[in-house]
Write a protein that binds this ligand. Structure first.
Ligand code: SF4
Ligand code: FES
Length: 813
């Protein structure tokens, strides 16, 4: 479709907005209320332009200009909001005439009537859309001399977001975000005209995605509470990287200043997270600056851990390892280690001649799909079946599923990037919830948006999928199979039929489906039976990558759990199994325990050597997300002291052995991967690449211990990483701590009150938690967020070990 913008002729797709036409032409028009991936609403009137178009006569011929003989342009009588104007054939858009400039001046002046001129103390200063647009399009003068509106300056919308009501320009981006993106309607305009303010009815922002409003607020009204007054925008070093908190690998910007991470913002990756991240990814970084971080290596001498250099520590390890090898030595790294660290671990295992190498947490079944779906396919699916609590497990999945419910395909990128005003998106768009089925052993948040919600018996994933497969094959169910469905047979049949009838059906397999191999096998048979694609959700950001790389035991009988039982020497990176007293007792008997971690964990306290580790924000490398997308991880300029990632551990150990081991640096590890995958990870684009690299069959071996199928405690996924929550004060306050969720009946039986602080042995590990009494958990079951040492699934809580903080109880009551 031919459109002319300020004399530049463009060929645009029908449906394009006039504002995008202007940007596609390389011109500029100011705007405040429009926002990528949200509905254009024409609220701020900042994007005004003069717009005209040719008309046809009754016979369908263009009405011609008598002078030029060209189609005559009929100008709209008033200036138009370009964000809500759709281009038409022959449209002419003018953003440069005096009339437009006068209107822009006027709108800037109008918007500033009530906006405080407190830029010098505003956190948004230097990155403020209103500041920039006032400078570019304003007159620099105001004719309004009366007192500005005064309102609350430091209103805590939640523990994570602070609102300055005076600065709000009523663009409605924040209100629309909650309704249109996560579908959590927690914010709204209250009152009218100049008295309008945004607020919540209940208080707080009960949403896993609340931090995004700080990114999209065009002024300094909504601010990230963790970084308030920490620095000016031009002082930050911005590092584009990959969020390391869940298996989707959302794009993030890590802002650091004077060697410290101050905040994390969402970055654009149209194929993964668009421009959104969840609150765990955004606010879960404060632990990095904890004062108790390890700064230098420690060696146990005369029973005490004493400071040492890396050379001394690794020399000590090399000497103690002499004579040990084979399955006497075990190496385990956490599943958010990079591929490069995985290569380093493999090189070390090879040097020590051990096949006891693993990553943890690692589910019983493979996280690599046989019939893989991409996130874009999920977002455009016409039938979706989800097993698990994906909102907590990998928040971006929740949002991409909600994209699919809207039925709007992701917009094509234009010359200027993502369209600013996608006219297909509307406020309060109907969502086709009927295409979504969500199954879980307790009530999960995504069920609010599901046409069919199934609460199946705890540990019943395998039975559920077997029964569903029978329905897909048109077979009859017996009573036992019917009871496994968690809903009535007709409802289940309809959900299965929807998947079978769909052109693009996707089954999302959360941790509960992968935690037991029998459940995963049954799930995969179901996926095949309905002809769907599959999206397994690994427990951590690089679960897929480390399995693909083969950071797995070489023998079916070996495993991380097995090496804790039987090895004589252990090297553990970012893992803390000593929370389990039985394991701790075994660790004490080891000939050598090496712990590579950021903190002096319970396991580190037992170690012979402790090596300071880098956080996920301080490493360079590569991870592979749940769709098989290789994503670049970049280190932010943060003061990490003497800390090293696992490639550094291997470099120092190699020096102690007198060898140059592969994987001794990121570059060296990448050379290994180039040979193995024929891809140079240094060349990955920002958005990453889906590389369908086939894992060799041997590498697909999964050798986890089959977890229990029943118990009284369900380890569940959590958006906020449980292992760091007490070092993330803002996030901890917002989510209310690690929650032991129990239902009313059980709470009464065990004498638990809402808010009570408890300590109990859960699946062997001592855990501290805060009680939440909720009807969403079935009777006889409790739930607790997962730790890296404890993958999701059913286990047993020792209720005899339950300690309730009586003092706190009395205060609470
Ligand atoms: S708080 Fe910010 S995003 Fe929300 S309406 Fe006001 S200016 Fe817009
Ligand atoms: S009216 Fe706000 S961007 Fe168009």
């Amino acid at each position: 479709m031919k459109v002319v913008v300020n004399d530049v002729e463009l060929d645009l797709a029908p449906g394009t907005s006039a504002i995008d036409a202007v940007f596609a032409a390389g011109d500029d028009v100011p705007y405040f209320c429009s926002q990528e991936y949200m509905s254009p609403i024409g609220a701020c009137r900042m994007c005004l332009a003069r717009v005209g178009s040719p008309r046809k006569d009754r016979d369908g011929n263009w009405i011609l200009d008598e002078e030029t003989g060209e189609p005559k342009i009929f100008w709209f009588p008033n200036l138009m909001a370009t964000c809500t104007t759709q281009v038409s054939e022959g449209m002419v858009i003018d953003t440069e005439s005096d009339a437009v400039k006068k209107a822009q001046n006027g709108m800037v002046e109008f918007t500033l009537i009530n906006h405080p001129l407190d830029c010098p103390v505003c956190d948004k200063g230097g990155a403020c859309e209103l500041q920039d647009r006032s400078y570019e399009y304003g007159d620099g003068l105001s004719r309004f001399e009366f007192d500005k509106r005064h309102s609350e300056k430091h209103h805590e919308l939640s523990e994570l977001i602070t609102l300055d009501r005076e600065r709000c320009i009523h663009c409605k981006r924040c209100v629309r975000f909650f309704e249109e993106v996560p579908g959590d309607e927690v914010l709204d305009f209250i009152d009218r005209s100049a008295h309008t303010f945004i607020g919540t009815a209940e208080g707080g922002l009960p949403s896993n995605f609340s931090g995004n409003i700080a990114d999209i607020c065009p002024v300094g009204a909504l601010l990230d509470a963790t970084s308030r007054f920490r620095g000016r925008n031009w002082e930050y070093d911005h590092t584009r990287s990959t969020g390391m908190d869940d298996a989707t690998g959302a794009a993030v910007i890590v802002d650091a200043r004077t060697g410290r991470i101050e905040r994390i913002k969402a970055a654009l990756n149209p194929d993964v997270n668009k421009t959104w991240i969840d609150d765990g990814t955004r606010f879960g970084h404060e632990y990095v600056d904890s004062p108790d971080r390890l700064e230098y290596p420690l060696i146990r001498r005369s029973g005490e851990l004493q400071p040492a250099t890396w050379q001394e520590a690794t020399q000590f390890i090399a000497e103690r390892l002499a004579g040990l090898g084979g399955k006497d030595v075990g190496i385990a790294i956490r599943a958010d280690s990079t591929l490069e660290e995985g290569v380093a671990a493999q090189a070390l295992a090879e040097k020590l001649g051990t096949g006891q190498i693993d990553h943890a947490p690692r589910p019983d079944a493979s996280v690599i799909a046989d019939r893989p779906a991409t996130l874009t396919q999920l977002a455009t699916a016409d039938a979706i079946f989800v097993l698990g609590d994906v909102t907590e497990e990998a928040g971006i999945l929740d949002l991409r599923i909600k994209d699919a419910l809207k039925g709007v395909t992701p917009p094509e990128l234009m010359a200027h990037g993502v369209p600013i005003a996608d006219l297909r998106l509307k406020e309060r768009m109907p969502r086709n919830n009927g295409i979504l089925t969500v199954a879980a052993p307790y009530r999960v948040d995504l069920m609010r948006h599901a046409g069919t919600a199934v609460t199946y018996p705890v540990g019943g994933e395998a039975a559920l999928f077997r029964a569903l497969t029978k329905l897909a094959q048109g077979e009859q169910l017996d009573d036992e199979q019917r009871s496994a469905l968690g809903t009535d047979e007709e409802t289940a049949k309809a959900a299965v039929q929807r998947l079978k009838d769909a052109d693009n059906a996707v089954v999302v397999l959360g941790g509960f489906a992968l935690s037991r191999r029998d459940a995963a096998d049954a799930a995969r048979a179901f996926v095949k039976a309905v002809g769907a694609k599959e999206m397994p959700v690994g427990p951590m950001v690089n679960s897929y990558g480390l399995e693909l790389l083969g950071v797995l035991p070489s023998h079916e009988r070996y495993s991380y759990a097995g090496m804790l039982e039987g090895a004589k020497a252990l090297v553990l990176s970012h893992l803390d199994p000593a929370r389990d007293p039985d394991v701790a007792a075994k660790l004490k008997d080891l000939e050598l325990l090496v712990v590579h971690d950021m903190f002096l964990t319970e396991t580190a306290r037992l170690a012979d050597v402790v090596l300071p580790a880098r956080s996920v924000y301080e490493r360079d490398g590569t991870v592979v997300n749940l769709e098989g997308r290789f994503l670049p991880v970049r280190a932010a300029p943060v003061e990490a002291g003497n800390a090293e990632d696992f490639t550094g551990v291997v470099r120092y150990l190699g020096e102690a052995f007198g060898e140059r081991l592969e994987g001794r640096s990121v570059r060296s590890a990448r050379r290994v991967m180039k040979k193995r995958f024929e891809v140079d990870m240094a060349d990955l684009p920002d958005y990453g690449s889906i590389l369908r690299v086939r894992a060799r069959q041997a590498l697909r071996r999964t050798a986890g211990e089959a977890p229990a199928a029943d118990g009284n405690l369900l380890i569940v996924p959590s958006m906020a990483r449980a292992e760091y929550l007490d070092r993330n004060p803002h996030l901890n306050l917002a989510v209310g701590g690690n929650k032991l969720r129990v239902n009313q009946e059980d709470a009464a039986i065990h004498g638990l009150m809402d808010g009570a602080e408890v300590r109990l042995r859960a699946g062997g590990l001592w855990r501290d938690a805060v009680v939440q009494v909720t009807p969403n958990v079935p009777a006889g079951l409790m739930t607790l967020p997962a730790l890296p040492e404890q993958a999701v699934g059913v286990t047993q809580a020792d209720l005899q070990s339950l300690v309730v903080n009586q003092v706190r109880l009395e205060v609470a009551s």
